[in-house]
Design a protein around this ligand. Structure first.
Ligand code: GAL
Ligand code: ZN
Length: 668
């Protein structure tokens, strides 16, 4: 019988095929020392499992599964389909991916396959079924791990096979009606009118800017195609291995934009995510917090698994900075604070050879006499101490709306300014709310918003009528709404909403702009009215006129000098705010303070710019997480039992600089 997942799983990717048998014995001993209870096995082992078209070798995996089970370690078993073996691509070069400019991506690294390739799919499903049948009943098996980071390197393929698949997808989307496609794509422009679906191509490198809706649909198609590769493997596993949950590791983090993970979240049995910090970002923990909340959003609020992060440096950034002492523990706990029920890493033992040999691991090259190892052991103890939080969830009054469709639309070419980046405002609002002690859910615009009293709509460039109406309805029912510039501009086809900006939100906000006035590179302007002093802004302005709203702040200089920068329109018992420029972090803080107070949002105790505070709840129990990213002592007024140090707190919890705490709230 397979086994359930550990409560707060701890471990990582395990690649024993890279090491001789002596190392395996040591691996299991050290895994026990470190308290590892879940490993992800076999992610890149296709070539080992199937050395030729009709040659299979499961013996080494049988041994691993049995030995791990004997050692009390559970397995997240990969279907190993992430990287096809050389014999397969040699026989079928037509399955190699082709870039937008027509170059072939050759084998020799990983993921060298076209996501639409029927050859890839046939072979992947054969392997998936063979593994599923063989290990369905294995007592070490806790979870199936389909492929790996689907779309990491091959998200968009422009080959002939992909072109045909794209056309099939378009026929289904547009009811086989090419005139419908012509209308939606706006092909009256630049003589792009199609007479037949067979004339349609993926947006390959063209003499000028490709049709934007063609680009948008190609992104949608590509995400769907990748998701479909997950779904077909999942269905095989559900058939041959019923009752064992199936996941695939997403990559919700700053620069991953090709996969619409809200759609993926509905297809997996449990969401899992990989997250790597941008080492060059001194405030990377803020991006982590945002991404973790977004991951929880893709999981519909349910707990999720942190499938991969790193103990220290990675190998793939320009400068692979090591994590500072304590940082790995803070990052790990931060994921748990935002809803993760597992802390797993890439990878167990640092490789001796291969492209990732300089990537950190639980067990570094230096061995156990190392800071990394000592912190790994410490982390494991902390996770044991806080294990009771597993299964609990967040309950927040504030939502940020986030949509991959809007991201894709927003970052197409030929736009007013390259400085308008989709995640930018969302992350800054999230930072500011966190510093104010406001817990945030990051949710899709189609989510039921009834529970939220404060709804933030950052840069929602593309929005459907229904989603815009749902936001307006919440405002009418008393919620506060904050919309930032370049929102509501187009519908789902990337067609402009006519009559003035910000299109879909104009009436709700009571403003109307007739022209965007983006700022020059590095140009800063001043804004008056947010606080006692002027604050600065950059990137954006527009010729806002008031149509029912009042001006809260005004542009002092720049192309919109004298015009509203921030507006507010009372709606029912709530209000709708518009932010028509990119406020500095201070400006955002001032705005957020006012809106949070006005909306009467509950604030978590003790939070600050460097002190992250979140709450997880389960029934009538709750846990307060405090992660002190700063160097100063943090004092948090809370009563309960602090689990990391196992002590009773009856007034102020003191968390030293760099420290973490988890308090079971209430008198014990
Ligand atoms: C992920 C991947 C792992 C490893 C890791 C390195 O992209 O799933 O296999 O490559 O990054 O950071
Ligand atoms: Zn292709």
């Amino acid at each position: 019988m397979p086994t359930p997942l550990p409560a707060l799983a701890f471990g990582g990717d395990y690649n024993p095929e890279q090491w001789p048998p002596e190392a395996h014995v040591e691996d299991r001993e050290l895994m026990r020392t470190a308290g590892v209870d879940l490993v992800t096995l076999g992610v890149f082992s296709w070539a080992h499992l199937q050395p030729g078209p009709d040659r299979w070798d499961f013996s080494w995996l049988d041994e691993q599964m049995d030995a791990l089970h004997a050692a009390g370690i559970r397995v997240d078993l990969a279907t190993a389909t992430a990287s096809p073996p050389p014999w397969l691509t040699r026989r079928h070069p037509e399955m190699l991916p082709i870039t937008q400019d027509g170059r072939t991506l050759w084998p020799g690294a990983r993921q060298a396959f076209c996501p639409s390739s029927p050859v890839y799919r046939e072979h992947a499903l054969r392997l998936c079924r063979a593994l599923g049948e063989r290990y369905a009943e294995h007592p070490a098996l806790a979870l199936w791990h389909v492929s790996n980071e689907i779309g990491c390197h091959n998200a968009r393929c422009y080959c002939e096979v992909s072109a045909a698949a794209f056309r099939r997808w378009l026929r289904a989307r547009y009811d086989d009606d090419v005139d419908r496609l012509n209308h939606v794509w706006g092909t009256a422009f630049w003589s792009q009118r199609y007479g037949d679906f067979e004339e349609v191509l993926p947006p390959r490198v063209a003499p000028a800017w490709s049709n934007p809706t063609q680009q948008l649909d190609f992104l949608r198609f590509s995400s769907d195609q990748l998701l479909d590769n997950f779904v077909v493997e999942r269905d095989v596993l559900h058939e041959v291995s019923p009752g064992v949950p199936v996941t695939t590791n997403a990559m919700v983090m700053r620069n991953t934009f090709e996969m619409d993970y809200f759609r993926w979240g509905r297809e997996v049995d449990i969401v899992s995510n990989d997250h790597y910090l941008t080492a060059a970002d001194p405030h990377a923990h803020r991006e982590l917090a945002f991404s973790a909340d977004l991951t929880r959003g893709t999981a519909g609020g349910r707990p999720w698994l942190l499938m991969e992060h790193s103990t220290s440096a990675v190998n793939w950034q320009p400068r692979n900075l090591a994590k500072a002492p304590g940082e790995m523990i803070r990052s790990s706990l931060a994921h748990v604070a935002h809803g993760a029920d597992a802390v797993l890493f890439f990878q167990w033992r640092a490789s001796r050879a291969g492209a990732e040999k300089f990537h950190s691991a639980l067990l570094p090259h230096a061995g156990t006499d190392s800071r990394q190892w000592r912190e790994v052991v410490r982390l494991s103890q902390i996770l044991d101490a806080v294990e009771e939080v597993a299964g609990s969830v967040a309950r927040n009054q504030t939502a940020i709306l986030f949509d991959w469709d809007a991201w894709w639309g927003c970052e197409l070419d030929s736009h007013p300014s390259v400085d308008v980046r989709y995640r930018d405002r969302a992350e800054d609002l999230h930072r500011s709310l966190s510093a104010a002690g406001v817990g945030v859910d990051v949710v899709h615009p189609d989510t039921d918003l009834t529970a939220y009293r404060l709804i933030l709509v950052p840069t929602l460039y593309l929005v459907t009528d229904a989603a815009a109406a749902a936001v307006a309805a919440r405002a009418a029912a008393g919620a506060s709404v904050v919309v930032t510039y370049f929102s509501g501009i187009v519908d789902e086809h990337d067609h402009i909403r006519l009559g003035g900006y910000p299109g879909a939100f104009r009436d709700l906000l009571g403003v109307r702009s007739t022209e965007f006035l983006p700022l020059g590179e590095h140009q800063h302007v001043q804004v008056e009215g947010l606080g006692d002093e002027l604050s600065s802004a950059d990137v954006w302005s527009e010729d806002v006129t008031l149509a029912g709203a009042e001006a809260v702040a005004t542009m002092v200089d720049g192309p919109a000098a004298g015009l509203p920068a921030v507006t507010r329109r009372p709606v029912g018992s709530g209000a709708a705010w518009y932010v028509a420029t990119r406020l500095s972090p201070d400006g955002t803080d001032q705005l957020v303070r006012r809106v949070v107070a006005e909306a009467g949002i509950e604030r978590l105790p003790g939070a600050g710019p460097d002190v992250e505070v979140t709450r997880r709840v389960s029934g009538d129990r709750s846990w307060l997480f405090v992660i002190n990213h700063g160097t100063e002592v943090a004092r948090v007024p809370v009563r309960g039992t602090e689990l990391v140090s196992d002590r009773v707190v009856d007034a102020d919890l003191v968390v030293p600089g760099g420290g973490v705490a988890v308090v079971r709230e209430g008198r014990s």
